[in-house]
Design a protein around this ligand. Structure first.
Ligand code: ADP
Ligand code: NI
Length: 210
């Protein structure tokens, strides 16, 4: 078998199908629709950053596969990237490409990457931006409440630990962490919308905090 280093359009379609299969049964924030939104965000960023020299197919492949070994989703096999390995073996993609994709994907999650890292390759920067954008805007609001509900958080109220407090603890920090100008612009727009939402939310929930 010839091991390929170059990502084809077919690989991207197969990777999306593979992710749909692995993520089946997840609800809310981390299902295949999240993957599709992240891929769409990445396409917009790639379009806005045409001179960046990014390998577009590598970016899209990483977007498609970025959550298949997420330790928050599938316990225990994240460290070994076993599902990713399985995909690469079936697709006939090289070890070199596997290492590259693993490296990019390991830099996506916010949990392990709180600060800007200018040393990241451009592909990792774009995948990271594309994923973070999905935590902002109308969809970001929806995902936050879906997640909060799934772990039994109050929507709002006094103190930390509510879904609304998560807006301030994490989500409003994301625009400042964007790597690319295109993503920063999108993040600012989405954050603006969330602030409008909060204004209305606060009016409707006035004097009811527990
Ligand atoms: P990632 O996989 O990108 O690191 P997470 O798994 O942390 O993202 O979050 C997935 C979604 O759940 C995001 O939209 C995020 O805003 C939301 N979320 C994560 N933690 C909380 C929380 N404590 N309260 C409300 N929403 C949360
Ligand atoms: Ni994600």
């Amino acid at each position: 078998m010839l091991w390929r280093d170059i990502v084809t359009d077919g690989d991207i379609i197969n990777a999306e199908d593979f992710a749909a299969d692995v993520l089946r049964g997840n609800s809310g924030g981390h299902d295949i629709s999240h993957i599709r939104r992240v891929m769409n965000n990445a396409r917009i960023i790639l379009d806005g950053e045409k001179n960046s020299g990014a390998d577009a197919n590598l970016v899209l492949l990483c977007c498609a596969l970025h959550d298949v070994d997420d330790r928050k989703i599938k316990a225990c096999d994240a460290e070994e990237f076993s599902r990713l390995r399985e995909f690469f073996a079936n697709a006939g993609l090289s070890d070199r490409l596997f290492e590259q994709v693993m490296d990019i994907i390991s830099h996506v999650s916010y949990t392990n990457n709180h600060t800007k890292n200018p040393a990241l390759c451009i592909e990792a920067q774009i995948v990271q931006d594309a994923d973070r954008l999905d935590a902002l805007g109308a969809i970001g609001i929806a995902r936050a409440f879906a997640y909060g509900g799934s772990v039994g958080r109050h929507m709002y109220g006094e103190g930390d630990g509510t879904t609304i407090s998560h807006f301030y603890d994490k989500l409003f920090l994301l625009p400042g962490l964007m790597n690319t100008i295109t993503a920063k612009r999108m993040a600012d727009e989405r954050t603006e919308f969330m602030k409008e939402f909060l204004t209305q939310f606060n009016t409707e929930t006035k004097d009811t905090h527990i």
